[in-house]
Design a protein around this ligand. Structure first.
Ligand SMILES: [Zn+2]
Length: 361
């Protein structure tokens, strides 16, 4: 049974499955065992009160490393505090599909080995039952729809296998839309909106009850989803652009429409999406996450704020360290004035409400 003293925490985004089961050539370690590295595994989640989360499968681009290039001024000198990042080209569908199947199958084997300790949940009721029983609840999420065909046949199959959340794009372009780059400072209004296939994808996700994740999508794509979708708008791992002008963060206008739709923003712990200067510095304080929580809650209401760690996908504050730092994060939320009820709603209740509204029962 879960420790009744711990505030239950639900996580909107982590890359732990991809780290553990997608590592090329590496020994496949298991989520079930305590790891010496990485941000998250089952034993550490239990200690910290993490009851479950969206676990992403992300097919990487081969031979691509995200590197910042300086932006040069008219005098040919690098402008301090500004940089640009080249995105990889489109990923071919075959390799994305093979990668996704392989990580999915490792996930289901791990669940089988877990002997009831871990479950892939397919409904909000499943999720609540798991949390009640102390079973770690995984929402299967695909980050970037490269593995899907544009007739969406694969989507139906993945749905039957348990897929309940999908980001149409990671930052690189694909058959469904365009993502944001990682330029700094930068605005999400770059590139065209959803393709015809992307618009079909959103409609089909609505029909099936698959959450459409807006994180990584560019502004035109975001507003296309806002127009088409009949579900709450959700950005699983993004912060406030007003505090950190990264194109990965949401502008005030985007935050407003998320609230109008009854949706949610999952706070991302990546230091480069938290800091006003966008720098990758691990000494960034946990309080920066609480600042974004405060800003978004003050603008659109605390019921539209959740957590979306980006564990195992980004550099996070070293004081947080990983999942074991969650109690300190909750403390930081109390320090910026959130009541105990509000802390619980950010950590857990808001996610449950939005998932119920998105998936149905
Ligand atoms: Zn991401």
């Amino acid at each position: 049974m879960p420790d009744p003293l711990l505030v239950p925490v639900f996580d909107g985004h982590n890359d732990t499955l991809t780290r553990i089961y997608g590592a090329q050539g590496a020994e496949h370690s298991s989520f079930l065992d305590r790891g010496a590295s990485g941000h998250l595994d089952l034993p550490r989640a239990r200690e910290a009160g993490l009851v479950g989360g969206f676990c992403a499968i992300f097919a990487p681009s081969p031979n691509y490393e995200l590197t910042e290039q300086p932006v040069l001024g008219d005098d040919g000198e690098a402008i301090p505090g500004r940089w640009t990042v080249a995105l990889p080209p489109k990923l071919d569908r075959r390799s994305a599909y093979a990668f996704t199947l392989s990580v999915m199958s490792e996930l289901f084997r791990m669940v089988e080995r877990s002997d009831g300790e871990v479950e892939v949940v397919r409904s909000a009721s499943d999720l609540e039952r798991c949390v009640e029983a102390g079973t770690f609840a995984i929402i299967l999420h695909i980050e970037g729809a490269e593995a899907l065909d544009t007739r969406l046949e694969t989507l139906d199959l993945f749905y039957e296998a348990g897929l309940r959340s999908l980001g149409p794009v990671w930052s690189r372009p694909n058959a469904f839309g365009h993502g944001v780059a990682f330029d700094f400072p930068g605005h999400p209004d770059v590139g065209a909106g959803l393709t015809a296939a992307g618009r079909r994808l959103v409609k089909r996700c609505n029909e099936l009850g698959v959450l459409v994740d807006l994180s990584h999508l560019n502004a035109r794509g975001f507003w296309d989803v806002a127009k088409i979708s009949n579900a709450p708008l959700v950005a699983t791992h993004s912060n406030a652009h007003a505090l950190c002008p990264s194109p990965r963060n949401l502008t005030d206008a985007q935050l407003d429409i998320v609230a109008l739709s009854g949706g949610l923003v999952g706070l991302n712990y990546a230091v480069s999406f938290l800091r006003a200067d966008g720098q990758e510095r691990s000494e960034t304080g946990i309080s920066e996450i609480a600042k974004h929580a405060r800003y978004i809650a003050d603008r659109i209401g605390v019921r539209h704020v959740g957590l979306g760690s980006d564990f195992d996908g980004a550099m996070i504050p070293s004081d947080l360290g990983g999942v074991t730092g969650l109690p300190q994060l909750l403390h930081a939320l109390r320090n910026v004035g959130f009541s105990e009820t509000e802390v619980r709603s950010i950590a857990y209740d808001n996610w449950i409400r939005v998932l119920r509204d998105t998936w149905g029962a």
